[in-house]
Ligand binder design. Sequence first.
Ligand SMILES: [Zn+2]
Length: 146
Amino acid sequence: MVFVVDAEQRPLGPCHPARARKLLTAGKAAVWRRYPFAILLKRKVPDAAPASLHLQIDPGSKVTGLALASRWEPSSKMCSACGWYDADLTLSDRVFVCRNPARIECGLVLDRDLNAAINLRTLAGSSSESRNACGVGSADRGGELR
Ligand SMILES: [Zn+2]
């Protein structure tokens, strides 16, 4: 699914990736955002109104849980063990290495994505507004809803 906006950045209904590719190749659209992937049509669509969407949650979330986080959540740059923030970590750094000067003994070395996943899991469990996507009786929460 590819999100679509018109030339005035008004949301339209999403389209299939193959259709988006055709529009991009024909020069009728441009990439607007990469995450989530969205294209910008180069023309206005008068009276455009997006249809309602029915979103489904991956069945794997019954095991992994589900976290909604701000796009600015520093999940990759924060040590999942001690909370130290690595401002110098770049996208090309695939391994997180904790260099917390206040807690040298931490020294966590972990795959960047795994470190981010642990931070998001912690975030999901710490928020008073968090909800397990699967509700009561899911595997990880022992039926507890916060
Ligand atoms: Zn650390």
